[in-house]
Design a protein around this ligand. Structure first.
Ligand code: ADP
Ligand code: GLC
Length: 474
């Protein structure tokens, strides 16, 4: 077995704000079949500490970025875990990233530098814990791991950084360099500097042995100024070490045949009971039109402002919208203020409701301006809930759009729109309403969608092969 330490700031089902958690939570089991033994290092947030049953103290860490900490080993939800129990950094109520004022916790750079430092020490065999052959780092929160490894360990094990979203870069003022353990010589453009600040993500992009992102299209997009968010130059310089490996979904959690939150079903007809229940739950009237759902963080990325502008096309075509989301206060207020009997909005985060929505909806709308992979369209495919997606990133890689050619070959699984504007989205929603009135075609698309292989299979194999190559080359 290859031993891999996965370092992540969230991991389903223990702690989740978005798709990163789903991926970090699903990979260990998916990789096990491919000869990988994966242990996940997580911060000791209250939810993680509560889930961690009987744990073993592996090490005591004095002076861990401003306080004493312990490294614990244990299991929860079928995951092998190492947990950094550092109350001064992680024992906080509310969001794992944001304080009560809605802004980043001021010490986020130190919180995740601590996680990264401990990961590097584990990998160097310094904490007496299990020692991995490779470290797999996720997003900026683990971005400093490759840096600490390269600058600290005598014989560093190889590291991979996976970019789930380039929009989050982990910036810190230069004045914090000493506290973060970054050498002066590395505060340059070729090192961890980003426009006069430190960037933990850039540290990972520069120092990791290999980079991956979560879809092949996003891997290409990241190298362009339009999508690279200032780091496209670094990504171009590392193009030989960058691969796009598409996310899968955990089919033990997200399959209509086994989902414990819904009226289970095997064929699209089985959706009807879920649709009826969902309409009742949201207070939406029974109509002949498509019931569209959205489950999303409400941020600029997700393009929900475009959806709001395009809604007349959906409603005019007889469609309905049920939305679950939270985030930007302006967007939340705008959706909450909508006064239409065929639009229903739930603000907040609700895992169980998200399952009921994906099962009960006829279609799921994902109008993102950019989307590294996106998981809700994959859930939609698996549940026969036809995805209507923007042509970008992983959305482009996972949905086969309806065109005359794909319809003739009977392979279409959804609708795509481009350019990413309210007008193009409105046109797609009108097409959706028309398609919905052609039951034969509609159920063909649903069945194609349900047959789409959305699990981890080939992607887990790709990660395992990559790990093996890097370990061999080290
Ligand atoms: P991102 O990670 O950018 O938010 P993804 O599509 O990769 O986008 O993953 C989002 C994950 O978070 C999905 O599992 C989705 O169901 C879930 N999710 C997003 N918003 C909510 C919400 N308000 N309630 C419940 N689940 C949500
Ligand atoms: C990020 C991206 C999303 C991706 C998820 C998991 O949050 O925004 O597209 O699916 O990470 O990789």
């Amino acid at each position: 077995m290859i031993k891999v330490l996965s370092v992540a700031s969230e991991c389903a089902p223990l702690i989740k704000t978005g798709g990163l958690a789903d991926v970090a939570g699903a990979l260990p089991a998916a990789l096990h079949e491919h000869g990988v033994e994966m242990c996940t290092l997580l911060p000791g947030y209250p939810a993680v500490m509560a889930a961690l049953g009987k744990a073993t103290e592996v090490a005591q860490i004095d002076g861990c970025f401003g306080g004493a900490a312990r490294l614990l080993a244990g299991q929860a939800a079928g995951l092998e875990l190492l947990v950094l129990d550092a109350p001064h950094l992680f024992d906080r109520a509310g969001s794992i990233y944001l304080g009560p004022d809605g802004l980043d916790w001021p010490d986020n750079p130190e919180r995740f530098a601590a996680l990264s430092r401990v990961a590097a020490d584990i990998a160097a065999g310094e904490l007496g814990a299990w020692r991995p052959d490779l470290v797999h780092c996720h997003d900026w929160q683990a971005g400093l791991v490759p840096y600490y490894l390269k600058r600290g360990a005598a014989e560093p094990v190889p590291s991979i950084l996976t970019v789930h979203n380039i929009a989050f870069q982990g910036h810190a003022p230069m004045a914090r360099a000493r506290a973060l353990g970054i050498a002066k010589a590395d505060l340059s453009k070729d090192g961890v500097e980003y426009w006069g600040q430190i960037s933990a993500l850039k540290a990972g992009l520069v120092f990791a042995d290999h980079l991956t992102t979560v879809s092949p299209t996003y891997a290409e997009e990241l190298k362009t100024p339009e999508f690279g968010m200032g780091l496209d130059g670094v990504l171009r310089s590392r193009r030989a070490d960058l691969s796009g490996i598409l996310n899968g979904i955990d089919l033990t959690v997200w399959s209509p045949e086994v989902d414990s939150h819904i009226h289970t079903y095997k064929t699209p007809r089985g959706k009807l009971a879920n649709k009826k229940a969902l309409r009742a739950e949201f207070g939406l009237p029974e109509t002949d039109g498509p019931l569209c759902v959205v489950v999303s963080r409400m941020t600029e990325q997700k393009g929900l402002d475009l959806l709001q502008q395009a809604l007349p096309a959906l409603l005019g075509g007889g469609g309905q919208l049920a939305l679950l989301g939270s985030g930007d206060p302006g967007l939340e207020a705008a959706f909450k203020a909508m006064d239409d009997p065929n639009v229903a909005v739930r603000l907040g985060y609700d895992e169980a409701l998200s399952h009921r929505m994906i099962a009960g909806g006829d279609a799921i709308i994902v109008p993102s301006r950019f989307e590294p992979c996106g998981l809700t369209q994959l859930y939609g495919l698996r549940y026969g809930t036809v995805p209507v997606v923007a042509l970008t990133g992983g959305l482009a890689d996972t949905v086969i759009p309806m065109t005359p050619a794909t319809m003739a070959r009977e392979v279409a699984t959804g609708l795509q729109f481009h350019p990413i504007t309210a007008e193009a989205l409105g046109n797609a929603l009108s097409r959706l309403c028309t398609l919905f009135q052609a039951p034969k075609l509609w159920s063909k698309v649903q069945r194609n969608a349900m047959a789409h292989p959305a699990g981890w299979g080939p992607s887990a194999a790709a990660y395992a092969a990559l790990y093996a190559d890097l370990i061999e080359a080290a």
